[in-house]
Design a protein around this ligand. Structure first.
Ligand code: AMP
Length: 114
């Protein structure tokens, strides 16, 4: 089977550049290229086993992935002193989803300190 490939997989493999603002063993977070707020970050899971195209495709095996992304976003906000933000998943084409690798949008009117 051909492995899934989206622009975010290419960012994960460092084949195309992105402004990475956070990374650990589990997630990568980078600035959205077309920000809809002063701070607009996208969080994606790194592990192949955690690959999910969309919330619509979640299974019992992958149900932990949205919680992982939310937990990392929460920690990121704390580190940057951001106390007001929105977290969004676009689900399916009709829900505005363009990239079919599960990602969490983190939006805030507050700017990143660094
Ligand atoms: P969605 O509509 O939920 O699929 O969101 C996809 C997001 O990815 C959009 O907000 C785009 O602006 C963003 N995006 C697309 N290509 C890139 C890229 N190369 N680097 C950073 N963000 C991107």
């Amino acid at each position: 089977m051909t492995p899934p490939d989206t622009i975010f997989h290419k960012i994960l493999r460092r084949e195309i550049s992105a402004t990475v603002v956070f990374e650990d063993d589990e997630v990568l977070a980078f600035k959205d290229i077309h920000p809809k707020a002063p701070t607009h970050i996208l969080f994606i899971a790194k592990k192949d086993a955690d690959f999910v195209a969309s919330i619509a495709d979640l299974t019992d095996e992958t149900a932990h992935v949205p919680a992982l992304l939310i937990r990392k976003a929460q920690a990121f906000a704390k580190v940057h002193g951001i106390d007001g933000y929105q977290l969004k998943f676009h689900v399916g084409k009709a829900g505005g989803q363009e990239v079919f690798m599960l990602h969490l949008h983190f939006l805030s009117e507050q700017k990143l300190s660094s």
